[in-house]
Every structure is written in structure tokens, then in C-alpha cells.
Ligand binder design. Sequence first.
Ligand code: SF4
Ligand code: SF4
Length: 297
Amino acid sequence: MNIFILTSGKYGSRIINHISKMGLASSIIGIYEVPGDLPEFIDDVSRYVPDNLPEADLVLSIGLYGDINMVIPFVACKTGAKSIIVPIHDPKQIPAGLQMEIESEARDARIVFPKPFCSLEPVGDKYIDKFVESFGKPELEIKADDLIRHVEVKRGAPCGSTLFVAEKLKNVPVAEAEFEAGGRYHNYPCLASMDIDPQIGDTLLHVAGYRIKEAVKRELGFAAKSAVVCEEICQGGDNCSHICYEVCPIGDETVKIKENGKVEIDANSCGHCSICVQKCPLEAITIKNNVNLKRSE
Ligand code: SF4
Ligand code: SF4
């Protein structure tokens, strides 16, 4: 797989360094550094498109802000790439309208906007999925008795935070591993924004933290904490329009609406942020400790 990278700023450099170190260096056939001081609104982006682009299978565009992102369709067209990944690490980076413009100009390509990058999962596209074999939503393999003995990163955040956390979990008591993972993740200089993303209702930094904790919980089979819905109290959407589902920052993979309209919460991915707890008008949701999980399939 040949990857062409558009990059800008510290965020882009960190991703390039990590994925290169972890085995993708020989797949990167070109890197174009976009200046970071461009105006947010640009009339004609075509003058920023690099000349003599090589053929590529996948375009990765990392850290570009505002209208300059409209170079992506030009670059995809000139490289012949039909697969594009545009991670979003800041709510101000690519507004929804601009995303739609990019999609419409790159109509022949499969394009994804993971928000943040460590939310990326397979999408059924040959080259995006090849990338996701190693980078995206964290997946771990953990060997443990009472203590964590060994942690292997099966899939890691492209910025390197999963590897950083995994290395710190050795000899941590299993009962404390989820919290330790969250704490260690916050020690990593993650560059995801601390601003609330209006579409998600939480910061992208927090969402990235939920992702690494989820990977630990899935492997260990229990959640130290999770939101839990009381089936008797939940009225299944009557008078609440399933507000819990709407406000959950992790999305429909966490709050699931059952056939009878009532909801259940997947403790694997719940980040126990308590947003749904505060919003449920019937107080049907509480945060509970030590919730057993089904093992991931
Ligand atoms: S848990 Fe609360 S907000 Fe969610 S569907 Fe039930 S009643 Fe509505
Ligand atoms: S506490 Fe509620 S809103 Fe927060 S992650 Fe869990 S299910 Fe979603």
C-alpha cells in the first residue's frame, strides 16, 4: 500500500513519526507539509496543490485547518487514490459544511473523518482497512493474574498514546487497570482538543480517553464503573425522545435502543461521564461499580 500524506503542524508530525516507527515508513511515498499560517478562508486552494504527485492508494490528511482542506480532493485525483482518511482532532478544524464539500468533490473516493483518530475502525474499504489493521481504535491483548503481566497492542492510536499506556500497565493490579489506563493516557501529551465538540457533547481528549479504557475493559471482562439503566424506571423514549442516546458522546455503540424502546448501556464502551445520568428526566440511569462484561467477540 502506497500512502501519500498531507500534514500541518505538531499533530501531523507526531502521527507521521509514530506510524513510521511502527512499520509504515516504507509505505509512505510522499509527504507534503502545508504551512500552518494560512488564512481560514481561501478562495482558490488549487494554487496550494503540490506538483509532481506520485501514484498512491491512500491519502492521509492530518492537522490541516479550514479551507485548505479543499486540497484533499485535488491530491486524491492527482495521485489516483480512492481511499482517504482525514482525522479530526479539534472541533474547529473542519466544520460539517466543509466536510460535505470535500466529500462531494472527492466523490469517487471513500473518505472517512474519524473524530478523534483513535476512533477509526474498519469501514469495508481495502486500503483504509489495511491501515486500520495496525492503527485506529485501540485493541489490546492482556495477560494477567491478579496483576497485569503482559500487554500487547493489537491496534494502537496513530499518535502513539496506546503504546505509551500499554507500557505503563505492567504489574498494575487488575482491579485498578481501567483507572490506571485513563490516568496514564492523561500523562501522554495527546493533542486532541480540550474544547467541547458541539456534535459530540464532550471534548475529543475525553473521547480518546474513553477509547483506551474500553480496550482495557474488553480484555479484562469487567468495568470498574459504568452507567446502568434501571429497566423498571426507563419508559423507553416516552416524553424523553431517548435523550440518553442523543447525548452520549460515544454514540450509538454505547447507548442501544432495544425493540421495546427501552435502552441498555454497553459497559465496555461507557466512559462513565454521567452526561446521560444528568439528562434522563426519570433518573433511570445510575453509575455503578464493578460491572461484569460480556467478553468481546
Ligand atoms: S434511560 Fe431515561 S432518557 Fe433514556 S430512554 Fe429511558 S427514560 Fe429516556
Ligand atoms: S455515562 Fe452515559 S453518556 Fe456517558 S459514556 Fe456512559 S452511556 Fe454515554
